[in-house]
Ligand binder design. Structure first.
Ligand code: NAD
Length: 271
């Protein structure tokens, strides 16, 4: 189903690694809704080649490599995107995350701080770098919409989420701060979407993910939001119907965030 919500809009999508990626599903949805796209990922991820399938399915969208922590790469990405579109950009999805301490099985209490710096750079400060690059180049149209993906571990403790909890808190703070300045400057909206646990490469890296995802399912009145559901929500956030929403962390989790307990969890505990 397409409502042509994004007809005539031009966007950059960060982070489509494979078909499971939330960014992959969002790119497909935005294309179906009438948007023109540029796709980007880290050069090492592009070497897998998967993204070319997505590019072909999105009207031969250009794929431009960029390490999201590298300001030169980001400048090149935004400049080339504007050249391709023949104008400025209407929306950006930051769907990027990586934890070195999680990857290397370091417990939170035994954190390696060098790895932690890298994690915070890739998963949180990179959002500042993306916004800053767009700001410096004046690359975004008035009322453009910028969204990053986050997780509720920024507000509440999920022990195995490890240092990513701190990264997501920082990401959400950058969203509010930059959202303030970009709102005043150009009515540009900056928000995070806090998504249910979803089976993707990054998601499945969290220890005990299977237990985690079924617990969330039982604790959510609507059940877990899927990657496709998230893509739909992103499309709405990029559309003109959400022009007055900014600096928010928007829970997209089937009601998990405001649920104390559910009958399903009580029954499980009584077994
Ligand atoms: N899967 C979940 O359960 C879940 C839940 C809430 C939020 N999120 C968030 O959604 C976003 C997308 O993750 P996903 O679950 O689709 O997994 P994914 O593994 O498909 O996507 C993560 C992406 O980050 C990219 N990336 C890593 N380092 C990079 C760098 N230096 N430069 C550029 N790109 C880089 C990877 O190549 C990959 O495409 C992340 O921010 C993640 O934290 C995921």
């Amino acid at each position: 189903m397409s409502l042509n919500l994004l007809k005539g809009k031009k966007g950059i999508i960060f982070g489509a690694l494979d078909e499971k990626s939330i960014a992959w599903k969002t790119a497909s949805k935005c294309f179906d809704e009438g948007a023109q796209l540029v796709l980007t990922n880290a050069p090492v991820a592009l070497r897998m080649g998967e993204i070319n399938k997505l590019a072909a399915a999105c009207g031969n969208a250009p794929v431009i490599g960029a390490d999201v922590t590298n300001m030169d790469d980001l400048k090149n990405l935004f400049e080339k995107s504007m050249e391709h579109f023949g104008g400025k950009i209407d929306f950006v999805l930051h769907s990027v995350g990586m934890s070195l301490n999680v990857r290397k099985n370091k417990h939170y209490t035994e954190m390696n701080y060098e790895w932690n710096q890298k994690t915070l750079d890739i998963s949180a400060m990179s959002f500042h770098k993306v916004l800053r690059t767009a700001w410096d180049l004046d690359a975004l149209n008035e009322s453009a919409s910028v969204v990053a993906l986050t997780y509720i571990a920024a507000q509440r403790v999920f022990p195995d989420y490890n240092e990513m909890a701190d990264a997501k808190s920082l990401l959400e703070s950058v969203t509010r701060m930059f959202g303030y300045y970009y709102g005043i400057k150009k009515k540009i909206r900056v928000n995070t979407i806090s998504q249910s646990p979803t089976r993707t490469t990054a998601g499945s890296g969290v220890k005990g993910f299977d237990g985690f995802i079924s617990y969330a399912e039982k604790m959510s009145p609507l059940g877990n939001a899927s990657g496709e559901d998230c893509a739909n929500f992103c499309a709405v956030m990029f559309s003109d119907y959400t022009k007055m929403v900014t600096m928010q962390n928007l829970f997209h989790d089937g009601g998990f965030s405001f649920t104390g307990v559910t009958q399903a969890v009580i029954e499980q505990m009584e077994k």
